[in-house]
Design a protein around this ligand. Structure first.
Ligand code: ADP
Ligand code: MG
Length: 575
């Protein structure tokens, strides 16, 4: 007796759905690709509650006859391939014929469709994979699909969804990518009936990006002319020298009209900017590559679209060469490093108000803490004398040589500075009174949906950290106050980075102590400054402050803040 049975189709579809549609944005992706495959020149996408309540996609594509409509809900029904060998030259997005039946098995699903040759349309309504009704339906040519109560038949899946705002952010990012990749198609995206963006078909790329990403992003990019070389063409928009991001979010890569993930392209773009943006950061780019499809491998995992090139190094070389020639022509070569790098932030010695508000943390055993705020008037200020370090000489590379009561020490100025600042910021957190400074002129902040959702979710934390925001429209904010340690001119890029980090390290930022630690670490990196301009007095004040921290010996990343040689060490070496 055999125990092997065929799964009922509904169950098989629900299992397939687990692969094809793991979240609302994946449903939008499948439906959007079908509309584009159907030759639509206009697509309207509506959703609410992050796509959990409803997703509606309406197109003016070729539509389906009632027979085809019924077929489209059968597993492995596709109009796009006939033979397995067709898989090698897929020109369309979908090809598995799994999306519609999968989605219909995990939602309340209504398909309305009409080919232009027919006089009326056809509607099929399905609930959790079971057909409710089929009937004639008056409509314009094209297709309209409504997906309501996504995943309600599979509650276990519902649990894995993130907040409405996060899911909405994923949908918006996805539709943006498709909209920017399809200049011939007009897109309209709405959430709860409110327009998020509308991109008219047939407008220049920069206008398109302005419509889709907003004014701020449009101002940060510059046009890249068309480059051509041995069968490859590259065009698009490039971030202006100095503009950078903490994540790859705004590194948009399109291959042969498809938004894709391409390590090679992302790497080549980042590489091209390496002297123009700080290490570890990413440029902003909309890069459109056209290349013989035979040179591209598409990983057809349903959830993502990652491409590899047969000759990675050729593609990489072509991109770097093209991008560099644009950047050079923009005067990017001799440019000083970006604004992010030139960020003198905190002054040492500290402002009296701040020193007063932050009592010294547990004193290091070597020195007794000073009893008054630091106000050195000469290199032999009382506190420096008590510590016993005497300034001898400024060394190259941001270091300074001191004579200590027991020998010699070399101080790494920026690492020491980072340790001091880090503890000062943490101290403020632990006392729940991060010093906040109101801004005379508020700063305009326009955010992508994902960072905007993080901002909303973490508002309490950010307020506690000394930030103050006012929302004045979807994804538009006014920054009205900043933590004491953040300079207004650095606020925009810092906030963007912080939100990016928070999105990337969701778990960490969910726990207060880790969140504080992460924020303080980011803050001190910002504050890193070359000690070139520091006077002897300031250097002594820095040493003083360093030895009041809990771990004077290392910076927040664990790097040594100073190296010390005792007289005995030195004698031994001469010995
Ligand atoms: P695939 O896209 O892999 O073929 P789908 O399940 O996504 O599989 O779609 C099944 C079929 O339904 C498609 O091959 C296509 O013929 C038809 N179809 C789906 N969406 C549309 C649409 N918006 N307009 C016209 N035909 C569509
Ligand atoms: Mg499809």
């Amino acid at each position: 007796m055999s125990l092997i049975r065929l799964l009922p189709p509904t169950v098989a579809n629900q299992i397939a759905a687990g692969e094809v549609v793991e979240r609302p944005a994946a449903v939008v992706k499948e439906l959007l690709e079908n509309s584009l495959d159907a030759g639509a020149t206009r697509v309207v996408i509506d959703f609410s509650r992050g796509g959990k309540a409803v997703i509606i996609i309406e197109d003016n594509g070729q539509g389906m006859t009632p027979e085809d409509a019924a077929m489209s809900l059968q597993r492995h029904a596709t109009s796009k391939i006939r033979l397995a060998s067709d898989l090698d030259r897929i020109a369309t997005f979908g090809f598995r014929g799994e999306a519609l039946p999968s989605i219909a098995s995990v939602a309340r699903f209504t398909l309305q469709t009409r080919p232009s040759s027919a006089t009326s349309g056809w509607e099929i309504a399905v609930n959790a994979g079971r057909i409710l009704h089929q009937r004639e339906q008056g409509m314009a040519p094209g297709t309209r699909i409504e997906v309501a109560n996504l995943f309600h038949p599979v509650p276990a899946r519902l649990k894995f969804l993130k907040s409405d705002e996060t899911e909405a952010a994923h949908i918006i990012r996805l539709v943006r990518l498709y909209a920017v990749s399809h200049p011939e198609v007009g897109f309209l995206l709405r959430e709860e009936g409110r327009e998020i963006f509308r991109s008219p078909g047939q407008v220049p790329l920069l206008e398109r990006v302005r419509a889709i990403w907003g004014q701020q992003v449009a101002e940060e990019v510059t046009l890249m002319p068309l480059f051509e070389s041995s069968g490859m063409r590259l065009s698009g928009l490039l971030g202006k020298p100095g503009v950078s991001r903490g994540t790859r979010q705004d590194l948009v890569t399109v291959v042969n009209g498809r938004p894709v993930d391409s390590r090679t392209m992302a790497f080549a773009l980042t590489e091209s900017y390496h002297t123009l943006i700080p290490k570890g950061r990413y440029p902003l780019a909309f890069a459109f590559l056209e290349i013989d499809p035979a040179w591209v491998d598409v990983n057809v995992h349903p959830a993502k679209r990652e491409v590899r090139f047969r000759d990675e190094s050729r593609v990489r070389g072509f991109i770097i060469e093209s991008v560099l020639s644009v950047l050079r022509s923009k005067g990017g070569d001799g440019l000083p490093q970006s604004t992010v790098l030139s960020v003198p932030s905190i002054e040492i010695p500290v402002a009296p108000s701040m020193a007063a508000s932050v009592p010294p943390v547990s004193p290091s055993p070597i020195v007794s803490p000073p009893t008054s705020p630091i106000s050195p008037s000469s290199s032999t200020s009382p506190s420096a004398v008590r510590l016993g370090w005497k300034f001898l000489h400024r060394l190259r590379g941001d270091k300074a040589l001191f004579e200590t009561p027991t020998g010699l020490a070399i101080l790494n100025i920026s690492f020491a500075h980072q340790r001091v600042l880090y503890e000062r910021i943490l101290q403020q957190f632990s006392e729940n009174k991060a010093a906040s400074q109101p801004l005379l002129v508020s700063i305009h902040l326009e955010l992508d949906p994902l960072p905007a959702s993080v901002l909303k979710e973490k508002m309490e934390f950010l307020t506690m950290a000394g930030f103050s925001f006012e929302e004045y429209g979807r994804n538009f904010w006014r920054v009205v106050a900043l933590p004491h340690w953040l300079k207004p001119e650095e606020a925009l890029s810092f906030i963007r980075d912080l939100l990016g980090e928070m999105a990337r390290r969701e778990g960490d930022f969910g726990r207060p102590t880790l969140a504080h630690d992460a924020l303080a670490k980011m803050a001190v990196q910002r504050a890193y400054r070359k000690g070139d301009s520091m006077s002897e007095v300031e250097l002594l004040a820095l040493v003083q402050a360093l030895f009041r921290t809990t771990q004077p010996g290392t910076d927040p990343k664990g790097r040594r803040t100073y190296l010390e040689w005792t007289d005995a060490d030195l004698d031994r070496r001469f010995g």
